[in-house]
Design a protein around this ligand. Structure first.
Ligand SMILES: O=P(O)(O)OC[C@H]1O[C@](O)(CO)[C@@H](O)[C@@H]1O
Length: 567
């Protein structure tokens, strides 16, 4: 990408900085009185409603943010992404997760090749493989049908599929077709996670899917070897062919590991790990559990948002609006965190997934051209479903720090409502809180109101809510596979919008490398100390001491004097 000045040096950025002072003069409780303003801040698309009237913005703020987007060449950057330009310049890769859910007849190029036929070849292969497992024509080594699946992978090879799996459990069609089947995930290398993921499973009826883009990730490969051992010690080494399959971009390593390449499902270097849930990474395990036709609906939902993002003017473009508002909160109002609060238990794994999508993408310190940035990028994402979060961390959000919140609600619950004669049913109770919380944050409660309510004087300050705390509300019609796809794509593109404007590369992740290489040094040390009694060397005093204690506890190496000074 051609080198360009930092966005903070542009007039548009500076104008927004000045504009902050004007905005701070307005309390949200006053801004919310202006119905014309509120009306202009409710945007609908394909059943989704976004209401951003509780953001600390005026019409003028939005105009200035659109101007900033223009100056940052947002539209051009989106076009470059969709046309397969290598916008991930530090890895020399296209960024084409949109191709993973494109219709069969779409044409999307990377490196001069239309990638859509490759995508559909893999999807067709997944469809036929998963049908054969589900209908019992693919059986395990002892002739039994495979009912249970353990998907081994970490980071992007885990969080997205886990989020979608958890969300799909409320979809009537999905849960019907999952009857009698289990899908589990093994991500952490912690032996406890290994034990939990296989507890109660019978290797004879279990299929292990090893999911790793690189097929080199230490944790995943160790877990894959452990499960290979779990299968082959029970059923013999030949059984691996029937009980283990893989998803990777590195088919050579898959074969080296001992998995038949015919049982490998490919994806491509133009799919970032954290953007890979719509590739075989998610589609394979989810289709094993729910059937391909359910997962296809999820892909369709994501694809319609891809079209919306690509072609809708910014004023009505939901991912663009979400991205600009986040950027406004982080870079101009100075709020570094964001809470993702779905009022829907089935979305309990949404925030952990978005943590990776957002923080691994936008937590950067230099521009795409390598220039150190004088401004912060990325935000600290966290979240829990409401109302659980209300009984946990909302205290801080209401009276402590200012944390912009995303409230996500579902209009029509997928679950039947049983209770009769109560004031409201369970879904109404949940949604009463969804509607109430944003107003509590925005309006707050003044000392005058409390005094009028005869609150004792010494409690007035404790019970005062400053208000003026920004949030936005997203309503989804219901939570089908299709809606889950929409939600995913909205958030993926929001992250891209922010990154494009900050002028960073949102698609690399060099920040994860240093820890990995230091762990490899420690791994070697642990091995040589255990197997050859080698003294600890090459680490600083603190790490050496901790390692020493660890080895003493584990294997009885007793003398702290074996610690040598670092070299
Ligand atoms: O799919 P892989 O190659 O095993 O990588 C897993 C995860 O590790 C990371 O590289 C971070 O360490 C993520 O970006 C990625 O999603």
């Amino acid at each position: 990408m051609a080198s360009c000045p930092l966005i903070c040096d542009t007039e548009s950025w500076k104008n927004l900085k000045t504009h902050v002072e004007d905005i701070k003069k307005n309390h949200l409780r006053d801004l919310l009185k202006d119905e014309e303003r509120c009306k202009s801040m409710i945007v609908e698309h394909d059943g989704i409603v976004l209401d951003y009237s509780r953001q600390q913005v005026q019409k003028e703020t939005m105009e200035q943010l659109f101007k900033l987007a223009e100056v940052a060449q947002l539209k051009e950057k989106i076009n470059k992404m969709y046309s397969g330009e290598k916008i991930n310049s530090t890895e020399n890769r296209s960024v084409l997760h949109v191709a993973l859910r494109a219709p069969r007849d779409a044409v999307i190029y990377s490196n001069g090749n239309n990638v859509v036929p490759d995508v559909w070849n893999v999807l067709d292969k997944i469809k036929s493989f998963t049908e054969s497992v589900r209908n019992g024509s693919w059986v395990g080594a002892t002739g039994k049908a495979l009912q249970d699946v353990v998907s081994v992978g970490i980071g992007g090879s885990f969080l997205g599929p886990l989020f979608v799996h958890t969300a799909l459990q409320t979809d009537g069609e999905a849960s019907e077709s999952a009857k009698g089947r289990q899908l589990r995930f093994l991500a952490n290398v912690d032996p406890i996670d290994v034990a939990r993921s296989t507890a109660g499973l019978n290797p004879e009826t279990t299929l292990v899917v090893v999911v790793s883009k690189t097929f080199t990730t230490a944790e995943t490969m160790l877990n894959a070897r452990t499960l290979r051992e779990w299968i082959s010690s029970a059923l013999g080494p030949q059984s691996v062919a029937k009980h283990m399959v893989a998803v990777s971009t590195n088919i050579e390593l898959v074969e080296k590991f001992g998995i038949d390449p015919n049982n490998a499902f490919a994806f491509w270097d133009w799919v970032g790990g954290r953007y890979s849930v719509c590739s075989a990474v998610g589609v394979l395990p989810l289709s094993l559990q729910y059937g391909f036709s359910v997962v296809e609906k999820f892909l369709n939902g994501a694809s319609t948002i891809d079209d919306h993002f690509y072609s809708t003017p910014f004023e009505k473009n939901i991912p663009v609006l979400l991205g600009l508002l986040s950027l406004w909160n982080v870079s101009f109002l100075g709020y570094p965190a964001r809470a993702i609060l779905p009022y829907c238990q089935a979305l309990e794994k949404f925030a952990p997934h978005i943590q990776q999508v957002s923080m691994e993408s936008n937590g950067k310190g230099v521009s795409i051209d390598g220039i150190p940035l004088p401004y912060e990028t990325g935000e600290i994402d966290f979240g829990e479903p409401g109302t659980n979060g209300q009984h946990s961390f909302y205290q801080l959000i209401h009276q402590g720090r200012i944390i912009p919140c995303d409230f996500i609600g579902i209009m029509k619950s997928q679950q039947p409502v049983y209770l009769k004669g109560e004031l409201v049913n369970n879904h109404d109770e949940l949604m009463s809180n969804f509607f109430a919380q944003p107003d509590a944050l925005a309006f707050g409660k003044t000392p005058e109101q409390l005094t009028n309510e005869k609150v004792p004087h010494h409690l007035v300050s404790h019970k005062t809510f400053s208000g003026n705390r920004p949030s936005l509300s997203i309503l989804l019609p219901t939570l089908t596979a299709y809606n889950i796809g929409q939600l995913l794509a909205m958030y993926e593109h929001r992250v891209a919008v922010e990154g494009f404007i900050w002028g960073i590369n949102s698609f690399d992740q060099w920040g994860v490398e240093l820890g990995k290489s230091l762990a490899s040094q420690v791994r070697k040390q642990l091995h040589s100390s255990r197997t050859a009694g080698e003294p600890i060397k090459g680490f600083n005093y603190s790490t050496s001491t901790l390692l020493q204690r660890y080895l003493e506890a584990e294997s009885g190496i007793s003398s702290a004097s074996t610690v040598l000074p670092s070299t």
